[in-house]
Design a protein around this ligand. Sequence first.
Ligand code: FNR
Length: 372
Amino acid sequence: MAVSEKMLPFSYSNLEKEAELALSKEPFTYVQSGAGAEITLCENETAFNRWAIVPRVLKDVSSRVLSTDILGTHLPASFILAPIGNQGILHPEGELASARAAAAFGVPFIASTVSTFSLEEIAAANGTGSRWFQLYWSSDFEVTASLVHRAEKAGYTAITVTVDMPVVGYRERDLDHQYFPLALGKGAANFLQDPIFLSRLSKPPAEDMTGALAHLQSLFFTPSLTWEKVKKLREITSLPIIIKGVLHEEDARKAVDAGFDGIVVSNHGGRQLDGCISSLDALSPIVTAVAGKIPVMLDSGIRRGADVVKALALGADAVLLGRPYVYGLAVGGENGVKHVIEQYIKDVDTAVALTGLTAVSEANRGTVRKVN
Ligand code: FNR
């Protein structure tokens, strides 16, 4: 029986095991691992266990609204697929398969700057689906602007700028394997098809791919990026701009003051600073600081429907799903991602009903209790 015809696992841990079987050890580790001793990676999940849903009974929950709208984008079950780069290491169709699967359910897809396919190819695969573009700020501003303008042209309806990577996290297990997909060119498509980037090279990539990838790496991390500089994005696009990777409530206030349109509370799935706060623990103070002025989303640790209910109860407007869908990709390509999306929609629906809610918008601080 082909992998894609196999019954795919429903549980996150079995999905992860299947992905491990489907992949060689380097790409699997690249996805699974976190920075350092992986304490934050682990905390992202255990933080959800410190909160318990306290369900209400005997409410008519026969009809349930799972959807929400964020900055003009419709989310059928209050989740979006998180930007995950280099998806070609997991399946030959990489982001194309994920973007097609997302479109099949009307779930928005966030395409990473470091995708294996270009943002235009991903947009074509996503078709009439909805999509946002995730921007890694390049130290060459004209390259940054070019990526943003291309995303606008290709039908992306928001820019998510990721700010938690001034340098790459110390990912010990990737270091052990000396495995760096960006250096291998697995996340280079957006650059190799960018006229401004290409104009910077002394030789075309066809003649000197090593030089092209070295140049890409040289402008990829921007440790000098500041609030003042990132605000320049507003001058080059009229799309909503969401800032991803905020953990401190003071930064959330700065994001509001700087005119950003949304926030993703995220520690990058525990891949950047090990020992930093879990996303769920960071959420409430940020929600208080933002005071409803702009939407607040959360990622890092969403593994099942009840996690979505907990995040919404603690004030998130929506969540991003990360590792689970790319494990689906590794195991079954487009069908694998479809399977994961379908299960999450069902799981969110079940959790909402069993919590005693008729709509995700009813989840509030009274829905959950801190238990340890
Ligand atoms: C990521 N993440 C990420 N974020 C981003 O803004 N741009 C990117 O290119 C990537 N690439 C990436 C690759 C891999 C393999 C992983 C696992 C994650 C972070 C991602 O958007 C999200 O924040 C985390 O995946 C959330 O954590 P969980 O829920 O997946 O553990």
